[in-house]
Design a protein around this ligand. Structure first.
Ligand code: SAM
Length: 311
């Protein structure tokens, strides 16, 4: 499989793992099964708990941002895959003014297709009287835009965001969930710098691998391999300091983060989800969680509280 196909296929893995955990009762998401097929694999309890932690923590941060800005904000999800947050926020009446999803055309075309054929997905996007413009790979509606772009091309990303009606004056949340590790460091830096230079009030939420060096300081590439992808942005995954530094070095006011084993202990629903499936090897889960993190970076000149993402 060519590398780009393999990177796109990581979306199928993520979506199917999420669907599997939802069907087991880890969290509620009526939309994921409308976007992805049932995978064939059965996933071990530690994988389901890991996904629960990822989804629950990201949701907590996104909702906090929306509440801090009183919904007068926009969200841009880079490498969104089959993410369902737009629909879930609509149901909770926590919609931002504009929501943009960016991914490769091969992924957005499949998402477009599913949205077109599912009334539940389409209805939220269309709203009461909203016009929905659809092509094979893109959707433009009043407060939802699905666009295709390669994150390695800043010019392409900028163009697609402009077409999506992005307002740089609005507080803006950027989300990357398991994405930047597939993008080379130079391209990521360009995107991060452009955001820092262009958006006066912004929060960036990045869920990704961390602590990926062994005791000799070597990057543990084997642990980072997903399918056969060549992972290009691994430098930042070596430590929490490097994860934060990549933002502060590109003009962000500040950055902070926690690894998922710390976050897991603070999540609200842990008691309930630990009763869903018996798990033999707790160490496996600890190990898995300690290799992932959420890092948040902010530009917050009016002190909205964007730096505070404690769980
Ligand atoms: N964020 C989604 C989630 O967490 O469910 C999908 C995660 S999946 C592991 C990685 C996503 O990033 C894929 O949908 C892939 O197509 C997208 N991606 C990776 N590199 C990209 C690039 N250079 N440009 C656009 N999208 C990219």
């Amino acid at each position: 499989m060519a590398n780009e196909d393999a990177v796109r296929a990581t979306n199928d893995d993520a979506a199917q793992c999420k669907r599997f955990a939802v069907e087991r009762g880890y969290w509620e998401d009526p939309y994921i099964s409308l976007l992805t097929t049932k995978g064939q694999a059965r996933h071990a309890p530690e994988i389901n708990r890991g996904y629960y932690a990822r989804v629950s923590a990201m949701r907590t941060c996104i909702q906090r941002f929306i509440k801090l800005t009183d919904c007068k904000c926009q969200i841009i999800n880079l490498g969104a895959g089959f993410d369902t947050t737009y629909w879930l926020l609509k149901d909770q009446q926590l919609s931002p003014k504009n929501y943009v999803e960016v991914d490769f055309a091969m992924v957005t075309s499949r998402k477009c297709h599913q949205i077109r054929r599912n009334e539940m997905l389409l209805k939220s996007i269309a709203g009461e009287d909203g016009e929905v413009k659809m092509s094979k790979t893109e959707i433009h509606a009043t407060d939802y835009h699905l666009v295709s772009a390669n994150l390695r091309s800043l010019e392409e990303v900028k163009g697609k965001l402009t077409e999506s009606g992005i307002d740089t004056a609005l507080p803006t949340l950027f989300v990357t969930e398991c994405v930047l590790v597939y993008v080379d460091t130079e391209s990521t830096n360009k995107v991060l710098k452009w955001i820092a230079d262009s958006f006066p009030v912004a929060l960036f939420l990045n869920y990704e691998q961390v602590n990926m060096t062994d005791r000799f300081g070597q990057v543990m590439i084997d642990n980072l391999k997903t399918r056969d992808c060549v992972l290009m942005g691994v430098e930042a995954c070596t430590s929490m300091d490097s994860q934060k530094h990549r933002f502060t070095s590109q003009g962000w006011q500040g950055a902070d983060g926690m690894d998922m084993s710390q976050i897991y202990k603070c999540l609200p629903d842990i008691h309930r989800i630990e009763h869903i499936e018996f798990m033999d090897e707790k160490e496996l889960l600890d190990q898995l969680l300690s290799h992932y993190c959420i890092v948040w970076a902010w530009k917050d000149p009016h002190d909205l509280g964007l730096c505070d993402m404690t769980f």
